[in-house]
Design a protein around this ligand. Structure first.
Ligand SMILES: Nc1ncnc2c1ncn2[C@@H]1O[C@H](COP(=O)(O)OP(=O)(O)OP(=O)(O)O)[C@@H](O)[C@H]1O
Length: 619
């Protein structure tokens, strides 16, 4: 079994790796912004030109929300004022700035991040875009044309850095027993010896979902019985989330308080939606702009408006909105200054009332859901939870998982994921071999020695030589072995033949196909489909070797407008595209509905090749 990990050197190593990763991300975005004009960026979907402020209001936290629409001067009379197609999405970080006039527009580039005001995109509609400004006293350019450009997002890095810095500084006596287990300095508490015995009370659970299969039930019993950590290993389609929902319901029955997280908003919303079906009372933390509409009723933002305590907050909000709109009508500078001063006072008052309301709501909630990143916000700092549950844990960087684990008080962790699928995307290429990692390994070795001497400890601790690709799930498995994990083995998504390859190659042939999918074929779809060579097979392979199947590299944005905007290269293969189109045509001819067919390719250039060959709508 590997040696225990030294915590400060682990944190130091992570800080170095995160730094390299952030640099890679920033340099990619900055290179793009500094070498293109606003017009070119707009053409590439990274900017919107010719905007005007259409209204200003107060959002959560007393921050300013600016609504932008197209400048009427650029809209042809009688046409709709639709904003031209763009790639700016809710949650993106953007800068809003004055648009350089006339020909300057073509030459203006550089230092985009420094100019204008920064904010987060709150809403994107056909005719308007809403931005929540980051700085509360930001002065919005209120006259003339504005343009909006997407910036690099370093917010998640800041929080991971903050978390790892805190971990690095913790003294030996501050490590909780739970934390020691997570670094292999202690072993997980043994499971009850009779866990597999039908006499154990966990074998008499009342299931909310009677359709759970045996491997799911066993994983739930195991997670309930574990004291510090349990991993639920769910290969594709085996019902990881399904199992977590039942686990959450069982834990709530035991009156436990839970913090449920995932690496992305969609992973968290997926759980909120499924828990809502069981009428669980819960709070979803997070920027309302990034939440699915269906979960908004559980969001803190909405609850602070609809709960009883919310009336107090509403009064101040109304007053602030009135002031905001009065600024736009005030031409006189002295009056404007006075309104800004009043707004500042109101904002203070608003924040205090809102804090009271939020505290009541969050404290009183038995289940709080947030992204890993969001769980590090001030709402949860120092709060006690019995269990932290992380879904899609193999998609999260380890530093991300530590955000909830270090900022709240918790003594048990359940991770659900699949370490055999792709790890989170890392941009600092070859980070396994990159200098920072090497460097940090040396730092780690040095600091291990110092630490041990200082503590007079005889424990030989391993230097932290992890990479960013090593997830917490991976590391814990390596540290404590398979006894901390239970695997879900029945999959509900694939025909047995499709399943066979991943099962044999990755999952020790342990996967079983559920009855209702194991021999499901296209010809059996519940509408009229011809029985052909293509519809009676679950998988068809095309051998493209030997033919003229040359791969081409194409500039990603060549086709955006007349000008060339380079956003990197993408690959395509004309002959393979033709083959795909031919196969799709055959399926459609046999009666398969086009909307039931998905074509997947990792390259944009290939999507562009294939789409015109058929009525395939690119996603
Ligand atoms: N015991 C069960 N009986 C019937 N259907 C089930 C069962 N468990 C899961 N499913 C179904 O299997 C599918 C996959 O479930 P779920 O989305 O929870 O899996 P997952 O492992 O989280 O998926 P992914 O592979 O996307 O991570 C869903 O359609 C779900 O309803």
């Amino acid at each position: 079994m590997p040696e225990p990990t030294d915590i400060p050197s682990f944190a130091a190593s992570q800080l170095n790796l995160l730094d390299a990763e952030l640099k890679a991300e920033l340099s990619e975005t900055n290179a793009l912004l500094s070498s293109h004009t606003p017009t070119a960026l707009a053409r590439a979907g990274l900017a919107i030109l010719n905007l005007n402020v259409s209204s200003i209001r107060t959002g959560l936290g007393g921050k300013t929300v600016v609504e932008l629409g197209l400048d009427p001067a650029v809209v042809t009379k009688g046409d709709k004022a639709d904003i031209p197609e763009h790639g700016i999405r809710v949650g993106d970080i953007v800068a809003l700035q004055d648009q350089p006039a006339g020909s300057a527009k073509k030459t203006e580039k550089r230092e985009l991040a420094v100019k204008g005001v920064e904010g987060v995109v709150l809403r994107v509609k056909r005719e308007v875009v809403e931005i929540l400004l980051n700085k509360e006293d930001a002065d919005v350019p209120s006259t003339g044309k504005l343009w909006l450009v997407k910036l690099a997002n370093d917010v998640t890095y800041k929080r991971m850095n903050q978390t790892m810095s805190r971990m690095q500084k913790l003294e030996d006596h501050e490590y909780t027993p739970f934390m020691r287990v997570l670094f292999g300095q202690d072993s997980p508490s043994p499971l009850p010896p009779d866990l597999n015995d039908p006499s154990n009370p966990l074998h008499n659970l009342e299931w909310n979902d009677p359709s759970l299969n045996d491997s799911q039930k066993e994983a739930i019993r195991f997670a309930l019985a574990s004291r510090e950590i349990s991993l639920i290993h769910g290969p594709p389609g085996t019902g990881k989330t399904h199992t977590l929902i039942e686990l959450i319901l069982q834990m709530l029955k035991q009156k436990l308080r839970l913090l449920v997280c995932g690496p992305s908003n969609i992973s968290v919303d997926n759980i909120v939606e499924r828990l809502a079906a069981h009428k669980v009372s819960m709070i979803r933390l997070g920027h309302p702009a990034r939440l699915l509409p269906s979960v908004l009723n559980h969001s803190l933002d909405v609850l602070t408006k609809t709960s009883d305590a919310a009336a107090l907050v509403r009064d101040v909000r109304k007053e602030m909105d009135d002031k905001q709109s009065s600024i736009r009508k005030t031409r006189n500078a002295r009056e404007r200054r006075q309104v800004y001063a009043d707004l500042k006072e109101l904002r203070k008052e608003y924040r205090e009332r809102e804090k009271g309301c939020v505290n009541n709501l969050v404290h009183g909630s038995k289940v709080v859901l947030a992204t890993l990143h969001g769980a590090g916000g001030f709402h949860l700092r120092g709060q006690e939870f019995d269990v932290v549950i992380v879904d899609e844990a193999s998609q999260a960087l380890e530093a991300q998982c530590w955000v909830p684990l270090l900022w709240v008080k918790a003594s048990k962790l359940v991770l659900a994921g699949d370490h055999l699928q792709l790890p989170p995307t890392i941009k600092s290429l070859n980070s396994k071999h990159a200098k920072p990692a090497q460097q940090s390994k040396q730092d780690a070795i040095k600091s291990t020695g110092e630490e041990d001497n200082k503590a007079g400890s005889s424990v030989k601790r391993a230097a932290a030589s992890t990479t960013l690709e090593t997830t917490l799930f991976d590391r814990l498995l390596e540290l404590h072995g398979p006894s901390i994990k239970r695997m879900l083995t029945t999959q509900y998504r694939m025909h047995e033949t499709i399943m066979r390859f991943p099962s044999n190659e990755l999952y020790e042939s342990k996967l079983i196909a559920a009855d209702f999918v194991k021999d499901r074929l296209l010809k059996d779809l519940p509408y009229q489909i011809e029985d052909t060579d293509d519809t009676r097979e679950a998988v068809v392979f095309f051998d493209t070797q030997g033919g003229d199947f040359g791969e081409k590299t194409e500039d990603e944005e060549m086709k955006k407008g007349g000008k060339k905007v380079s956003l990197g290269d993408s690959k395509c293969n004309q002959a393979e595209a033709a083959l795909v189109a031919m196969h799709v045509n055959k399926l459609v001819k046999a009666g398969v509905k086009a909307e039931d067919i998905a074509v997947v390719t990792p390259y944009n250039a290939q999507v562009r090749r294939i789409s015109p060959m058929h009525d395939i709508v690119p996603a």
